[in-house]
Design a binder for this molecule. Structure first.
Ligand code: HEM
Length: 417
């Protein structure tokens, strides 16, 4: 099991900044100073594996370019080795960060998977979700009304809203939500490029349980299909049908991506607004400002900080030669604080005119399928919370999740009144 660690450690030993980002908990928790060190080295610099970019311009170019793919690359090799060791070749088991999850496959497979699900997330379909989101938020806030003393806002609201909404939309039983939350947290860790094997094994049990749940769920829908997306996916005509593993990967990604990121948007939003009470007051007086506020939260504390691509063709990037197979680590969280695009980027300003230019949902063919839904949950969730509890304050130190790729809180103590 030593091989994968060697690759990562080599990067860390060379004093490489990306290596520090991945290994050093305090840098990971507050990566922004390190992003600026990288930016000072130029738009593209060598990373632990391949190249790394903190630049908005280069990140956009890489994410949109057909000279780059997400396919097999040297940095995912350790991850795939771990995956193979943990899961063997069980044909039914899949994760979110391993093929055939659409997040990590290239066309033509990517096009095939994405086409099957994108119809359920068109702007019109998304607008139709608003009543579900509002009803769910209201029910959670009703339950919070009964509480006195400090509560953990992640546990009672920020994590609950997205998981209930996505389970409802996918037609999976919401009474299993505590299981989904547990499994989702384990699946989220597998997005991290430097996840130690020990933690991969911890993820294994949860991922197996989630796959077992899905297997039963698919069997039930094959007997009694509903009119939900998952019923449609299990009942596709033969020429379009997904293999069992593809089906697991697709539904697991939709479910997991549906709540593991949005919980961070809500938690980060509350912490940022608590630190800028005058801006919170402005939003309470002018609720139409929530659209812009959500964009600024996504920009300032991007829930997904890191992604990457692998060159598929010869070329250059900011003047540096790129060969097929060269990995480019794309620091979305750094691109979103690029002073070439955002004026005084470290400042949090809910009225920033161009906040929406952020890359928090990526760009190009993998642009977040759920962006519209996430925005809706952010707006409805934060607005409803602020209206119901105008006196809400963070009441103790929030605890960050111990993750590299996702930025957000595990615990967020607040007083409601
Ligand atoms: C892809 C961010 C919410 C479903 C992505 C990517 C990012 C992202 C950055 C692309 C990664 C890359 O290019 O390598 C976010 C953020 C969210 C959020 C910040 C919340 C604030 C959601 C929700 C769903 C969702 C609610 C529910 C359906 C997906 C799917 C993909 C994806 C299916 C894969 C798309 C593809 O590979 O073509 N998301 N996401 N996301 N997201 Fe989201």
């Amino acid at each position: 099991h030593g091989i994968p660690a060697v690759l990562l450690e080599r990067g860390a030993r060379s004093g490489d900044l990306v290596g520090r980002l991945l290994r050093d908990r305090s840098v990971r928790d507050e990566p922004f100073a390190l992003y600026e060190q990288l930016r000072a080295r130029g738009p593209v610099s060598p990373g632990s594996i391949g190249l790394v970019t903190p630049s908005h311009r280069i990140a956009s170019e890489v994410l949109r370019s057909d000279r780059f793919g997400v396919g097999w690359d040297p940095s995912s090799a350790p991850r795939l080795i771990r995956w193979a060791l943990a899961f063997g070749d069980d044909p039914d088991v899949s994760g979110v960060a391993e093929p055939p999850s659409m997040l990590v496959v290239d066309p033509p497979d990517h096009t095939r998977f994405r086409r099957l699900v994108s119809r359920a997330f068109t702007p019109r379909a998304t607008a139709g979700f608003e009543p579900v989101v509002q009803r769910t938020a209201d029910a959670l806030l009703d339950a919070l009304e009964l509480r006195s003393g400090p509560v953990d806002l992640v546990d009672t609201f920020a994590a609950q809203l997205p998981v209930l909404v996505i389970a409802d939309l996918l037609g999976v039983p919401t009474d299993r939500r505590e299981d989904f939350l547990r499994w989702g947290a384990a699946a989220a860790a597998t997005l991290d490029p430097g996840l130690p094997f020990r933690r991969y094994l911890a993820a294994e049990r949860a991922l197996r349980a989630m796959n077992a749940f899905l297997r039963e769920h698919f069997a039930r829908l094959r007997r009694e299909p509903g009119d939900d997306l998952v019923s449609r996916l299990v009942g596709l005509p033969e020429e379009e049908a997904l293999t069992e593993r593809e089906l697991h990967a697709t539904v697991m990604l939709l479910l997991g991506a549906g709540f593991e990121t949005t919980v961070n948007l809500l938690g980060n939003g509350v912490v940022l607004l608590d630190a800028h009470p005058e801006q919170w007051d402005v939003l309470r007086a002018n609720p139409s400002g929530w659209d812009g506020a959500v964009e600024e939260i996504l920009r300032h504390d991007s829930p997904v900080q890191i992604t990457g691509r692998t060159a598929t063709a010869q070329g250059t990037l900011a003047g540096r030669p790129v060969r097929p197979g060269t990995r480019v680590t794309v620091l979305l969280g750094a691109a979103n604080r690029d002073p070439e695009v955002f004026d005084d980027p470290a400042r949090f300003d809910v009225r920033r005119p161009n906040a929406r230019e952020h890359l928090a949902f990526s760009a190009g063919i993998h642009y977040c399928l759920g962006a519209g839904l996430a925005r809706l949950e952010g707006i409805v969730g934060l607005r409803s919370l602020s209206e119901r509890f105008p006196g809400l304050r963070v009441s103790g130190p929030p605890v960050r999740r111990d993750l590299q790729t996702l930025r957000g809180f595990e615990r967020l103590p607040v007083t409601l009144r």
